[in-house]
Design a protein around this ligand. Sequence first.
Ligand code: MN
Length: 722
Amino acid sequence: MIRINQITDKVSAYIENADLDLIQRAYVFSAQAHDGVVRRSGEPYISHPMNVAYLLADMQLDEATVAAGLLHDTVEDTDTTVDEIEELFGSDVADIVDGVTKISQMDLEDKAVQQAENIRKLILAMAEDIRVLMVKLADRLHNMRTLEFMKPVKQQLIARETQDIYAPLANRLGLHRVKTELEDLCLQYLKPDVFGQLTDAVSDHRAAGEPYIDKVLELINEMLKKNKIKGHVYGRTKHLHSIHVKMEQQGLTFDEIFDLIAFRIILNSLKDCYAVLGLIHAIWRPVPGRFKDYISMPKANMYQSLHSTVIGPDGERIEFQIRTSEMNQIAEYGVAAHWQYKEVGKGQQRGKTAGTRDAERYTWLKQIMDWQRELSDPREFMANLRMDMFQEEVFVFTPNGDIKELPEGATPVDFAYAIHSEVGDKCAGAKINGRIVPLHATLKNGDSVEIITDKNRMPSRDWLKFVKTAKARTRIKNYTRTVERDRAISLGKELLEKEGRRASINVQKAMKEGLLLKLVEEFNCGSVDDLLSQVGFSRFTPRKVIKKLYAVIHGEPLDVRKPKKEAETDAKKKQPKADGLHISGVDNVLLRFASCCTPLPGEPIVGYITRGRGVTVHRIDCHNVNNFEDERLLEVNWEGVEDKPYPAKIRVKCLNKKGMLGKICTMLADLEVNIDSGSFESRVDGTSILEFTVEVTDLNQLHHALSQIKALKAVKEALRVS
Ligand code: MN
């Protein structure tokens, strides 16, 4: 059994002035908490946390992590609380223990295997501090090492979970050593026959191959010496799991696998790595397509190395991995190792005050950020890594414990649509972790979400303001569009009936007799409903339709009170069509710009279906929009905007100095901003307020003009007003 001084000795070997007291106290506390409990192996329970802490010291982690390793099971298995841990060992240790406990309490066993990837991401996301994962993986590694004492059923469950979740997780974090050991242990329990055969075959091969390995090692060492390069070379047999995967994937027998033996050359500098690669390629012919430069293109888990397979001395394939010792440390222990390495490498003293301690509480992301600065193309690396890891997604649970993956910022409505379109449509309320929340609440990792449905509920246009998923958006839009069309149809019918009465036409009757159908083609519509909706949307005036209908019924034109020409120009004048606008899903609607907020191209806008006067377009933040009925709001987009002037009001507050008005007017003229009208007011406090209505082509031009004006010394404020 491991003794506590073995752990502290190890830690002081890599941390100067390490806080060994913290580790000692954690040990004493843990031993007391677990006192009297015996593991299935017959050892006292404390042997498990001790082994976990030892593994963590082996990975060269900080004192807080090692202490957390000692304490990791106290909250879950004993009466100890996280608060107690915090009080005794500080928030750093407490946070790690808390994180490990939370992961342990996640019920992973029942999950379908296809969700393993999600669970891995969830674990990553939940553990904001990478040290939580280190402790969890060390915990799992020791449990796997001692799996023989478990019942066979339990062995299978734990091994499967390890294979599906923890081994790939270790891989993602670049903990190569942990990953390979976990994989080989999984193979042992999940496929004992394969494991047995491979173990025998490998040991035979190793025995047979020993002279060969020695020969290659000697050749390489000679080569290094001759070229005055310092370094170490190791020959090793690949781990069983990877051999097994290769046999399965490529359908090979054991004897058909050539590169069972890999050589690793560890050097002092990057330059030496490439030099040695060149030397090897000069002696042995490289196998085409087997050279990989992970030094200039590191893997997402930060792995760096040169790989090459060559045809060796006796015509056998040999694989080489060439890297620096720092790269090797990362290859085996991942990013945490790097963090460690860098701090020690820089000779930084680990601070003892609370302040520096806090500063040391790096989150996983922070470390990555530091690290990526040194990479050749950090932005790309970062983008891949973040996408790959967890940055832009959240993982939440359904009431059944299934996991749903949603984009960052997703709301209960997104969640509802992710479950089923029907659930989304009928979504009336939501609970997060058992508490009622508004539908626009933001979901966080690990939240358990429940949707309250109501069969009378319908999707609301308001939801479009906060939903994040395409599925929810499309569904809501389609729905509201249908509703809007239905409304337009009944509105159109209403308007026609009213107009019809003036001409003594019973529109209802005419519809029943199919007379309106005769007009459909003439108005370029697809159906009677289509025609009605166009009237509702004010595409055609009711008068125009009734006139045609009159002609159909009476075989002669309606005796109009106004001359035809005048009526049309009149209508045009009243409702000038707004160019450069597009209403999604509806064409040819009469649009007018609202005079209350004078929207400019590029601004978020919304359409409002007026009663019989077409659609007015408002800025989305216009104060009037709040008072509009939801059902009458329409989505409108700027599209194919023409270079024509749009009005905008601006207000400038400046010192009341001579020539200010002239200066600003000249400036606007220089910027090709036309002034439509303006007013000027001097105040007693020595300032002036200038207000202009100007004409600009878009928002950018307006902003540019405002910033130019603002740059004038005497100007205190220049803004757009409604
Ligand atoms: Mn444990």
